[in-house]
Design a protein around this ligand. Structure first.
Ligand SMILES: [Zn+2]
Length: 332
């Protein structure tokens, strides 16, 4: 592909997105800025450290694992009937049999899902038997508590933040220190990889949206002058990496990467802040991002949307969180 063809191919891919009224396009300039800010900040850290948990993991039966979540909810005064979702079929276990001979050690798996099947809310969690299953369950129940079958754009952007905040607070309480380090590394590596794989794509979406076409002059006028070679490298990287793109995942994880540390630090400063976190289950279903920012004390008036000062507060909290919670060796 020559330069023109690459530019055309990128435009075509982006204009396909414009056929849908997706939140990403609506907020593309803000998300682009946040993705790049988080990408640069997390590049200072090394999240490739392996934490070997072989032989160190305890297993629990399903009732024990479920009781850890119940106890967490009780401790933090979360008014939610967990018994009900266990008996009404909301929770489906994915069976990974740790007892099989060929499975002497099942890889700890932190993935789970929450989705709607025939208008019914369904949670999938792993059945490895490890404590991670409980933490994942708390994460997915968090989604279940605030997501509705009707798509809400603001919820879509912030539901991951809430789920990860609650699960990380629980993780610190119930996981061993090694397990907690494993959990944090996996999550921060995920935040970083989303930014790594998507930041250029967001730049070019913002470019196309702002300028109407993709070319070198438009790029420089929006983002500042770069060399032609650097520009061509960006085009090349984009056309080579379409299959790694997950714009929605990236938007959610970027918001989470920036807001989860802030929320947890606030909670660590004063445990009463947990109530503020819980109120987000309702607030993220409103239609105004500034309501969220005000409710968590990040901005103090509704004319004030994420300016550089707010972003610096989020970044300070990110670095504070990582230096406090992560084992040494993560800083590059
Ligand atoms: Zn989630």
């Amino acid at each position: 592909m020559n330069i023109d063809e690459k530019e055309k191919s990128i435009e075509e891919n982006i204009s396909k997105l414009f056929n849908y009224d997706f939140l990403i396009l609506k907020h593309s300039f803000l998300i682009d800025r946040l993705v790049n800010i988080l990408y640069i900040e997390l590049s200072k850290y090394d999240f490739d450290i392996e934490i070997d948990l072989k032989g160190k993991l305890k297993t629990y039966d399903i009732n024990e694992r479920y009781k850890f979540v119940k106890d967490f909810y009780k401790k933090h005064n979360i008014d939610f009937d967990i018994d009900k979702i266990f008996t009404d079929g909301t929770i489906e276990l994915i069976n990974i049999d740790t007892k099989k001979e060929s499975f002497q050690y099942a890889e700890p798996n932190l993935s789970g899902s929450h989705r709607f099947v025939d208008e019914k809310s369904v949670i999938n969690i792993n059945n490895t038997g490890y404590m991670f299953d409980s933490v994942t369950l708390a994460h997915e129940i968090s989604h279940h508590r605030n997501q509705t079958i009707e798509v809400n754009e603001i919820n879509d952007l912030f539901t991951e933040t809430l789920a990860l905040t609650e699960a990380t607070i629980m993780g610190k309480e119930v996981l061993t220190n090694d397990e907690y380090q494993f959990y944090l590394i996996k999550k921060f590596r995920a935040y970083y990889m989303y930014c790594y794989n998507n930041h250029l794509h967001y730049d070019f979406i913002a470019l196309y949206k702002e300028k109407g076409s993709i070319n070198y002059e438009n790029y420089c006028s929006l983002f500042g002058k770069i060399s032609k070679k650097d520009y061509y490298d960006k085009l090349e990287n984009i056309v080579k990496s379409y299959e790694k793109v997950d714009l929605f995942g990236c938007a959610r994880y970027t918001i989470a990467g920036l807001f989860v540390p802030y929320l947890i630090n606030k909670y660590e400063e004063n445990n009463l802040f947990f109530d503020t976190i819980e109120k987000l289950h309702v607030i993220i279903n409103s239609d105004d991002i500034s309501n969220i920012l005000m409710s968590i004390g990040l901005v103090n008036s509704d004319n004030n949307f994420l300016n550089q000062e707010n972003i610096n507060i989020l970044l300070d909290n990110l670095n504070l969180f990582l230096s406090r919670e992560m084992k040494k060796g993560v800083v590059k």
